[in-house]
Every structure is written in C-alpha cells, then in structure tokens.
Write a protein that binds this ligand. Structure first.
Ligand SMILES: O=C[C@H](O)COP(=O)(O)O
Length: 256
C-alpha cells in the first residue's frame, strides 16, 4: 500500500465555454468538493479558468492550466504565462502533453524551460511523457520515455521534485478507447520511478505521484489504480461529464 495520495486531474482540452465549465465544476464540487482522500485538479481551457476558479473556491478541488509559455511576459502573441495563471489561483499546469508535442512541435528543451518556469512561479507541473504506437512496436517505449523525462526535468533538483507530478500517457491510448493493460502501464510507471530515484534519490521518488492517462474511465480505473506505481489519472474524455469524472474520483478515493 502506497502512502501517496491519489490524484485525479481532468484535462478538458479544447472543450467547454466558460459557462459550460462553470456548470461542470459546480456539479463536481457538489459531489466531491469536500473529499480529502484524493486530490482533484480541473484543467479547463484558459478562457474558463477564472470562472472555474470562482466555482471551486472554498472546496478541495484545485485548478490547473493545460499549457503555458516559459517567459513571465513579453511579445509572445497568443501565449499565457505562469504569473497570469497564478493570478487566477491555478496551482498546477500540464506541460509536454503529447498533443502539444505532435501538433505544436514542442521539444523536450522547450518543455524543460516551461517546467523550470512553472516551478519558479510556484506552479506544480504535470509533465507528460509517452510513446507512439510505432515507437512501442519498435520496442522503443522505455527509451522514448527516458529521453522525454530526462529532457523535461533537466536542471531540476530534489527539493523541487516534491512539486512535480509525472503523467505517463501512451499516445496510442489517448482518446482511442484503447487503454494500456495494467501490466503495460505498471511496467512503465515502475521504470519512471526508477529514473526519478536516479535523478533525485529513492525516498524522493517514492513520494512523487505518477499518473496514468489514456482512455481511463470508471470501467478500467480500479484495476489501473491498484497497481503499485500508478498514483492517479490524467483524464481526458471521461472528465467532460460530471458523472464519469465523479465516479473516477470515488474509485480513486478507495484505491490503495
Ligand atoms: O490528458 C489526458 C489524456 O490525453 C487522456 O485523454 P483520454 O482520457 O481522452 O484518452
């Protein structure tokens, strides 16, 4: 049994207007807003951050963004900075999501700049790593994950590690309904924890949360969350409706 508190983060991606986001956040707060056994983070699009922040105020539910620019301000049209997110009471930020890597050509070096900036501004980065189907079939899963993890975390130290969350998201399982088996996921999670131990020390690695993401839903969550090194989920599709997301949170609250 792990002493790590499970974390369930909802990545709404490019879904929900601010009004839709308020309604969804309100339902979630009513159901699980006082729950202490699991940490819950909502990551709406930038345009809904402020509205969602107001809805979750006074509850245990936390706020995260889906991306940010490494610079605090300046001529970066269309971008959002860490201080802007902090001003809206965000505590977390998803960085290096595979959709950012694939569609916006984000490199490990650029993601690393964001991780460093997030930590500097007291945001908790949720650093995403994961292989494509071609990479898995070529036997390169662990190599890819190692490169992304070491690249994304370069220059961080063991004191900062307490503020970091890692999310393993096999790209082939995202939004496809093809969930990794609990054995496949656990193998990579254990590998990641081993890498974290080398980077920061074993006790530090044992305290860090490693989330699984990729078609996690109420029907498969209990088995995934029962794995020794799976400490929660980064949820896409199933976070867009209160019913499935709340169910996932309740499953996580009872998982050991
Ligand atoms: O960030 C979330 C992941 O990309 C998982 O998305 P999904 O649950 O829709 O597969």
């Amino acid at each position: 049994m792990s002493s790590r508190k499970k974390l369930i983060a909802g990545n709404w991606k490019m879904n929900k207007t601010s009004a839709d986001g308020m309604a969804l956040a309100r339902e979630i707060v009513v159901e699980v807003g006082k729950l202490n056994d699991v940490e819950v983070v909502l990551c709406p699009p930038f345009t809904a951050l402020e509205a969602v922040a107001k809805e979750i105020d006074g509850s245990q539910v936390k706020l995260g963004a889906q991306n940010m620019h490494p610079e605090p301000n300046g001529a970066f049209t269309g971008e959002i900075s860490a201080p802007m997110l902090r001003a809206l009471f965000a505590t977390h930020v998803i960085l290096g999501h595979s959709e950012r890597r694939a569609y916006f050509a984000e490199t490990d070096a650029f993601i690393n700049e964001k991780v460093i900036a997030g930590l500097k501004h007291q945001l908790r980065p949720i650093l995403c790593v994961g292989e494509t189907l071609a990479e898995r079939e070529a036997g390169d899963t662990l190599k890819v994950v190692q490169t992304q993890l070491e690249g994304g975390l370069a220059g961080t130290n063991k004191d900062q590690a307490a503020s970091l969350v890692i999310a393993y998201e096999p790209v082939w399982a995202i939004g496809t309904g093809k969930v990794a088996t609990s054995e496949q996921a656990q193998e990579v999670h254990a590998f990641i924890r081993g890498l974290l131990a080398k980077l920061y020390t074993e006790p530090v690695a044992q305290r860090m949360r490693i989330l699984y993401g990729g078609s996690m839903k109420p029907a498969n969550a209990a088995e995934l969350l029962a794995q020794r090194d799976i400490d929660g989920g980064l949820i896409g599709g199933a976070s867009l409706e209160a019913r499935s997301f709340v169910e996932l949170i309740k499953i996580a609250a009872t998982a050991q």
